[in-house]
Design a protein around this ligand. Structure first.
Ligand code: AQP
Length: 351
């Protein structure tokens, strides 16, 4: 049964990359499939968060979901820590995942930096918790940006190993469906989740450096467009964005080796709901002095209203909390059923 899950960390500075790579795609998917959208606060604390900031940022992400058009009545919107089954299932997955798998995760290497000994143990096992987020709902589809591809592969590896290790028991309890795993057929309890990494903005780059992804934690605010930036700020950041000095090419192939130009064209395409080629059909041959103001206008037109709506929603924090509480209750109904079954599969006495 198809089901979508995705999460965003309440770590501040929600930016255009998060919006185009994730949140906007959530809004598109909600018309097609049942969805759960989660503010992943347990993930956020893998690095230090001031408690009061964490509370505020959690409400901000929820407000961004709602302001972008996610329907919290039809779908499930909640914060992760309200559903203890995430952490409980993550423990089981910590015992399924291998150290070698986790050691290969590039996000851990990037975020831990040089002093790995000083990174939290939570940061290291982050991917097990992410697998638990998804598989607690046996979600089949996960819309994310390109940077999460490796974690999604690990989620599949965890699901496959669990299905394999417990295949006989899953069959005995009548809880699985036959699944092909390479040569063999096993009784799968967890689906092998598909990442949905699609569209022209799966990896939005920094406005200051075409080799770095746009990121919440970049110390330079000029590197990103925040969802809460006003029109004047958006225009200024785009004006100051790094580019080369050539005109735009008329074919996509001409963007090769021009990371900054490629990024701005990709952003335009995503905002306009088209492709890079369509943007170049219109702007091929134009200098950045023409393209940048057009991009700024489009960005303001598309994200300006979201900031306004976020402010309106944030004026009622109790209302946001009520939405998250209700979403958490609905999520828990599904997740607790999964955990009950996982416990019987694994042999953890629960009744
Ligand atoms: N630059 C990006 N382009 C496209 N998609 C992106 N995402 C993040 N950055 C880009 C996607 O946004 C969703 C939520 O991300 P997250 O908050 O869970 O985690 P993150 O990747 O850690 O976000 P940042 O901004 O990059 O934070 P820092 O600076 O802490 O590393 C995910 O689907 C992600 O793929």
């Amino acid at each position: 049964e198809p089901r979508v899950f995705s999460g965003v960390q309440p770590t501040g500075n929600l930016h255009l990359g998060n919006y185009l790579g994730a949140i906007r795609r959530f809004v598109e998917l909600q018309d097609k499939l049942p969805c759960l959208f989660c503010v992943v606060d347990l993930h956020a604390i893998t690095v230090w968060q001031e408690p009061a900031d964490l509370e505020r940022q959690t409400r901000e992400i929820a407000a961004a979901f709602l302001a972008s058009g996610i329907d919290a009545e039809k779908h499930i919107v909640f914060n992760q820590s309200r559903v203890p089954e995430h952490a409980e299932l993550a423990w089981v997955f910590n015992c399924v995942a291998r150290m070698g798998w986790l050691n290969r995760m590039t996000q851990f290497k990037d975020k831990a930096g040089k002093d790995r000994e000083a990174a939290s143990a939570g940061l290291f096992v982050y991917p097990s918790l992410m697998a638990a987020d998804i598989l607690a709902y046996r979600a089949t589809h996960v819309p994310v940006g390109e940077d999460q591809k490796q974690h999604l592969e690990l989620t599949r590896d965890i699901a496959a190993k669990f299905n394999n290790d417990y295949s006989a028991r899953i069959a005995e309890l009548g809880l699985g469906v036959p699944m092909r795993m390479g040569e063999e057929s096993v009784n799968g309890y967890f689906p092998l989740t598909e990442p949905l990494i699609e569209g022209p903005a799966t990896r939005v780059m920094s406005l200051k450096d075409g080799a770095k992804k746009m990121s919440k934690s970049d110390p330079s605010d000029l590197s990103r467009i925040n969802l809460t930036d006003d029109a004047e700020t958006i225009a200024r950041k785009i004006r100051k964005a790094k580019t080369d000095s050539d005109a735009l090419p008329s074919e996509v192939a001409g963007l090769a080796g021009r990371a900054e130009a490629d990024n701005l064209v990709g952003i335009y395409a995503a905002l306009a709901g088209g492709t890079r080629q369509k943007v170049l059909d219109e702007f091929g041959g134009a200098p950045f002095s023409t393209f940048k103001p057009a991009l700024a206008d489009l960005a303001v037109e598309k994200i300006g209203p979201i900031a306004g709506e976020m402010r309106r929603i944030l004026a009622d924090p109790a209302g946001i909390d009520a939405t998250l509480r209700k979403g958490g209750e609905r999520a828990r109904e599904i997740a607790s059923r999964t955990l009950g079954e996982v416990k019987s599969i694994v042999g953890l006495l629960a009744n």
